[in-house]
Write a protein that binds this ligand. Structure first.
Ligand code: SF4
Length: 210
């Protein structure tokens, strides 16, 4: 099997396991999704959803976010860790989007990556979730899962893994595949004690098992 065929096999198995999935983060507005993704660094989606359910009620627009008191913002973000940095980035990004972009979020990855606190993964998740942008962002779960499967030579850089996936994934369901890989990493190919006995790749693609 070539790389594209292997990815297709992974897609088929994950479709069987998880089918259609939904965004793990709660949001009603485009900037809320962007902020939720920014806040999700090194914490769980559940924690982010708990915090944003209060945060997005308190600040109801980019303008309100842009005028937020930094210390108040830090207090809201405390449960997520890295609160000072996250608050600083949110405030700066809200100001730029409100004052320079008239509240319109760029739909271009490079432009998004110019915003404070927005890296390759954040920009890609945002575009793929909202606009079906054909790219597969890579988080810590996907990085681990891909490293177990015999598809690509071992690479550590998540951006490079994402680019490899984008190059060889020829199905048309990038964001769903991204979410399915995360679910597989959370539930089966876990960092500790992976459930290899129920894994569909234990007899074919897994490097450790073959
Ligand atoms: S067999 Fe185990 S280690 Fe290999 S991909 Fe499946 S769950 Fe992960």
């Amino acid at each position: 099997m070539n790389k594209t065929e292997k990815l297709k096999l992974v897609q088929i198995e994950l479709n069987d396991l998880y089918g259609e999935t939904k965004c793990f983060l709660n949001y009603n507005k485009d900037y809320e999704l962007l902020f939720a993704i920014m806040l999700s660094a090194q914490t769980t989606d559940k924690s982010v959803n708990n915090v944003t359910s209060i945060l997005f009620e308190k600040y109801k627009s980019l303008e309100e976010f842009s005028k937020a008191d930094i210390n108040e913002l830090i207090t809201y973000l405390m449960p997520l860790g890295l609160a000072k940095n996250k608050a600083k980035h949110l405030l700066k990004t809200a100001n730029i989007l409100h004052n320079d972009f008239n509240d319109i979020i760029p739909k271009n990855r490079e432009e998004l990556m110019n915003l404070p606190g927005v890296g390759y993964k954040t920009a890609t998740v945002f575009l793929a979730e909202l606009y079906n942008y054909p790219s597969i962002p890579v988080d810590t779960h996907i990085k681990r899962v891909i490293s177990k499967l015999n598809i690509f030579p071992k690479v550590n850089d998540p951006t490079k893994i994402s680019q490899n996936l984008d190059k060889y994934y020829k199905e048309n369901n990038h964001i769903n595949f991204h979410r399915q890989l995360i679910l597989f990493g959370r539930n089966i190919c876990t960092a500790r004690n992976p459930k290899c006995n129920i894994c569909p790749f234990s007899k074919n693609l897994c490097k450790q098992k073959n």
